[in-house]
Design a protein around this ligand. Structure first.
Ligand code: NG6
Ligand code: CA
Length: 500
């Protein structure tokens, strides 16, 4: 295994850029966007013109993965280069969770910052803030600024979790000492209405959960009081994050920059700006895709108008696969039509089938990355090590234990990418080339609320993704040797960080 790692390293270094390069890097991280949700991945033409343009000018990957099938673990893996399942407490976090990345640890952001880049996080954070018992009315730290970002404009967790306020650097935006913010997840706040007790106050009804605090007529997860002036408007959120991102880009020339733009779209609650309503013909879920595409267009415009296109890598991807009903009655199921959010793949968000982690992934770097399609197996876990090489960082990042340098694959110089990969949705699954293995597991085969096929099965599952991308035929019984190989792969990965 060690030898294998050495061989792949030396092969990769054949494709090194001649000198360390310092292009700007803009990482657009969509939320819950499935493999099939963009036009360039099979959605109806015209739905996502900007994402499609990005893909036509760049390299579109067909076997790219988030580390996990939900948000917090994928973001943890992407930023630290350590598989989240090695750590307790990396599951979907409540909005009052403490920061789960240790300050001082190397991250994707410190890789760029240490190389002299300006760095910024805009959008969804969902990795916790503070060190426990955070006072939302005071200094909010540690957070993005303590793990490598020079600046941030974020929401703490998700659009459907309190607190429903933005945090800029170390402070809630628009906080008012006369109207202090209180956040609790353990119990309701006396005197505050809840979605459960006061459904008449809701403008968007839940289908499951989402019946605690009511903020702007929408039931959320968790309870909150105060901060009336600081509360976000859901319909203006994409605009708010996009404005922060484009302003950061337009500050432009001089030092190179790294922008991590983690959109709220297309997570629930799906409340896009009024001008996008009805644009997709698929209800608010589709309209949120149109809004996401608008964000991508604005980012590209800022880059192009600043004359930075040739010096800027734009990487567009998503944190996990798609979900249709994620807890609000927003017509997503009724209006889906023949749209297939996960494309040809089975499962979606929360699933160990491919739909859970296989996501859109596009790299544009004009003049450097030849436009086209890549079938290389790539993962967001490798961004830390790959970008570390790009910016010429010396020596390995010892804490990014699972991150490997696959810059060659990301730039289209290596058609193969990873040999193996671990996928996570609660439990783990393994990939080796065309093969996909899901070990036996208890638990429901279908998560009822979201109608997700989880991948759970009491027996071992093996799929040949080349012959059967939709994971419809379990061939474990026909290939005991392959099952054995992938079972050992998983056992090694658990025991030896970086082995897979
Ligand atoms: C679930 C929420 C779902 C979504 C998800 C996290 C309920 C019933 N469901 O618990 O709506 O918020 O967590 O999504 O509360 S993620 O993309 O941030 O991982
Ligand atoms: Ca997500």
């Amino acid at each position: 295994m060690f030898v294998r790692a050495l061989v792949s390293l030396s092969l990769a270094s054949l494709t090194l850029p001649a000198a360390a390069a310092t292009p700007n890097v803009v990482l657009i991280y969509a939320d819950d966007l499935g493999y099939g949700d963009a036009g360039c991945y099979g959605a109806r033409p015209g739905l996502t013109p900007n994402i499609d343009r990005l893909a036509s000018q760049g390299l579109r990957f067909t076997d790219a993965h988030a580390t996990s099938a939900t948000c917090t673990p994928s973001r943890y893996g992407l930023l630290t280069g350590e598989y989240p399942w090695r750590r307790e407490g990396t599951g979907v976090l409540p909005g009052d969770a403490k920061l789960i990345i240790e300050p001082g640890r190397a991250t994707l952001a410190t890789v760029f910052r240490d190389a002299g880049y300006r760095t910024m996080a805009a959008g969804k954070w969902h990795l916790g803030l503070g060190s426990g018992d955070l006072d939302w009315n005071g200094r909010i730290a540690p957070g993005p600024l303590e793990v490598g970002f020079d600046a941030c404009f974020i929401m703490a967790a998700t659009g459907d979790r309190v607190p429903c306020v933005y945090v800029k650097d170390h402070e809630v935006v628009g906080r008012d000492p006369a109207d202090p913010i209180v956040v609790r997840y353990d119990a309701p706040i006396p005197g505050e209405p809840t979605g459960r007790a006061n459904p008449e106050l809701l403008r968007l009804r839940p289908s499951h959960g989402h019946d605690m605090a009511i903020v702007d007529g929408v039931g959320r997860i968790g309870h909150m009081k105060g901060g009336a002036k600081a509360r976000w408007k859901d319909e203006a959120m994409a605009e708010a994050f996009t404005a922060q991102a484009t302003e950061f880009i337009r500050r432009g020339r001089g030092r190179p920059f790294f922008l991590y733009l983690a959109t709220h779209d297309i997570h629930v609650p799906r409340l896009p700006a009024p001008r996008f309503l009805g644009k997709s013909g698929m209800g608010p879920r589709g309209d949120a895709i149109v809004e996401l595409d608008w964000t991508v267009g604005e980012v590209l415009r800022a880059i192009d108008e600043s004359g930075l296109a040739a010096d800027t890598i734009v990487l567009f991807t998503s944190d996990n696969g798609p979900v249709v009903d994620d807890g609000y009655r927003d017509q997503a199921v009724e209006k889906l039509g023949d749209h297939r959010p996960a494309g040809p793949f089975r499962g979606g968000k929360y699933s160990r089938f491919e739909g859970g982690t296989r996501v859109p992934f596009v790299v544009r770097w004009p003049g450097r990355v030849r436009p086209g399609t890549s079938r290389a197996l790539v993962s967001q876990i490798d961004l830390v090590a790959s970008f570390a090489r790009l910016v010429g960082r010396a020596g390995p990042i010892t804490t990014a234990v699972d991150s490997r340098d696959h810059l060659g694959a990301l730039l289209g110089e290596d058609a193969k990418g990873r040999e193996t990969l671990v996928e996570q949705a609660g439990g783990l699954a393994a990939r080796r080339g065309r093969w996909k293995f899901i070990p036996p597991s208890k638990g429901p085969k279908v998560q009822a609320n979201t109608a997700t096929e989880t991948g759970n099965d009491p027996g071992p599952q093996l799929y040949d993704l080349e012959a059967d991308p939709g994971e419809t035929r379990n061939v474990a019984a026909d290939h005991p040797d392959v099952v054995d190989r992938l079972r050992r792969d998983l056992a090694e990965a658990r025991a030896v960080p970086g082995s897979m």
